[in-house]
Design a binder for this molecule. Structure first.
Ligand code: NAD
Length: 435
């Protein structure tokens, strides 16, 4: 854990490195990105093992959703860094001719990146990629809630990246509070909205811009004409990945009445198909991060407000296991519908029509993601047009995250700002107007 009195020094060190021009040229930025890539490739086993310790994360998920995901982000940045950094010429009006005008992407300076525990590698490093590509120094703050990953990343980053431009601060509330008291040129925070508000207040002291990547209840709307087997597989996969501890996991399902029974039956079959008859014994199924969250989730189940546990419900606090669980006959005011679940519990609510589902979504905070399943393009289009979310996906879930060209972020209560690919580069640069 970083000693609180050392934190200001870490920030000062990387700011001085950045200001002395250490990331001035593209080659210097490329060097840091390549070093980060090397770290991920050479130490993948250690990273996967640490993810296993903290989250029981299956190796396939550690590689695809954390390590390779971040490598892809690096490769995309390396491929495009030159084009993204190139000044853009603008046409000048007659009154200021002859002359020349251009927009030059300028680094903001020093960025602070604060990550949560659920994808503790990806969510710390993926925002660092565009920050470095745009020429910023970074101070990285891993989540203390995933301690094995935090300790390992602190060590590896110190080994692979230049400490004059990349710093790491580890710790919990005291350390993060001290970190946020420092002056930054951008703060990029991923986590819950309560802390998001704390981050924004601290940023206001220095007039520092923020990106807030928050969460929320992302709905999956299933129309009666959806391909039920495919829909079931996609919802089950995206929901129970990382034991439901995914910011863009479908939080709950709104299904047209006539499709409810077939969908629940198909999801039940799929759970067995994916994780066997005893998911506790499956090497493909993760664990809840800690006892506190395990208690929170079992508390939601104990809170009632639903008719039946159609799938799962088994739990074991000692091993932080909670089975993939599907609830039916869920009332809109059930405890499980009051907050983001962030765990392997899927409430299913039947609705009379897609329009009722649209109204249901619009009566609540705007979600980070929205998924719509159905066969009729006009219906799917209506869902997207009449709702607001950070990102909408038709007939699939989560996949938008993997597309570099799609900015990823929330809206309203689910966040502000977006990243991935060029959108990430733009977060960390200021369009400097030269003429
Ligand atoms: P967390 O508890 O790990 O907290 C996130 C970070 O905030 C940590 O680094 C922690 O040290 C810091 N923090 C905690 N309390 C603080 C305080 N009082 N002052 C300053 N800093 C503090 O993670 P979490 O918040 O439980 O993460 C889960 C939430 O994050 C969910 O709501 C989820 O939807 C959301 N999330 C969003 C995204 C996204 O990309 N939009 C991705 C993952 C998770």
């Amino acid at each position: 854990m970083t000693a609180v009195p050392d934190i200001a020094g870490i920030v000062d060190r990387v700011r001085a490195g950045q200001q002395s021009g250490m990331l001035h040229g593209l080659d210097a930025r490329r060097d840091q990105l390549k070093a980060l890539r090397r770290m991920l490739v050479e130490r993948d086993d250690e990273l996967a093992a640490a993810l296993g310790v903290d989250l029981g994360k299956p190796p396939i998920e550690a590689y695809t959703a954390e390590i390779v995901f971040t490598i892809n982000e690096i490769d995309h940045a390396l491929e495009h860094i030159e084009a993204w950094s190139r000044p853009e010429k603008v046409a000048l009006p007659l009154a200021v001719r002859p002359g020349a005008g251009r927009i030059r992407p300028e680094p903001l300076g020093t960025a602070c990146i604060i990550a949560p525990w659920n994808y503790p590698v990806q969510l710390l490093l993926a925002p660092a990629v565009p920050a470095l590509a745009a020429g910023n120094a970074v101070v990285l703050k891993p989540s203390e809630v995933a301690p094995a990953v935090a300790e390992l990343l602190e060590r590896l980053i110190g080994e692979y990246l230049d400490p004059q431009v990349v710093g790491v601060v580890t710790g919990a509330v005291d350390e993060t509070t001290e970190l946020l008291a420092q002056r930054f040129d951008h703060i990029f925070y991923t986590g819950n909205g309560t802390v998001g508000r704390i981050v924004m207040k601290a940023a206001a002291e220095h007039l520092t811009p923020v990106t807030l990547e928050l969460g929320g209840k992302s709905p999956a709307i299933v129309a009666a004409d959806a391909n039920i087997d495919v829909t079931a597989r996609r919802i089950v996969w995206s929901k129970f990945l990382n034991a439901g501890q995914t910011c863009v996991a479908p939080d709950y399902v709104l299904v047209e009445q006539s499709a409810e029974q077939p969908l629940v039956a198909a999801m039940a079959r799929t759970v067995t198909d994916f994780y066997g008859s005893d998911p506790a014994a499956s090497s493909d199924y993760a664990r809840i991060i800690n006892e506190r969250h395990h208690d929170r989730l079992t508390g939601l189940l104990d809170g009632g407000g639903y008719a039946e546990t159609a799938v799962g419900g088994e739990q074991d606090r000692d091993s932080r296991y909670l089975a993939p669980t599907i609830l039916t006959g869920v009332k809109p005011d059930a405890p499980v519908m009051a907050e983001e679940i962030f765990g392997p519990i899927l409430p299913v609510l039947a609705v009379a029509s897609v329009d009722e589902a649209i109204d249901f979504v619009n009566e609540r905070d705007r979600p980070l993601a929205l998924y719509a399943f159905g066969d009729d393009k006009a219906t799917l289009g209506r869902i997207v047009e009449h709702t607001s979310s950070g990102g909408a996906v038709l007939n699939h879930a989560i996949m938008h995250l993997a597309v570099h060209e799609l900015p990823f972020g929330g809206v309203g209560a689910s966040g502000m700002g977006a990243y991935h690919g060029k959108a990430g580069f733009d977060v960390f640069q200021s369009p400097q107007a030269d003429s």
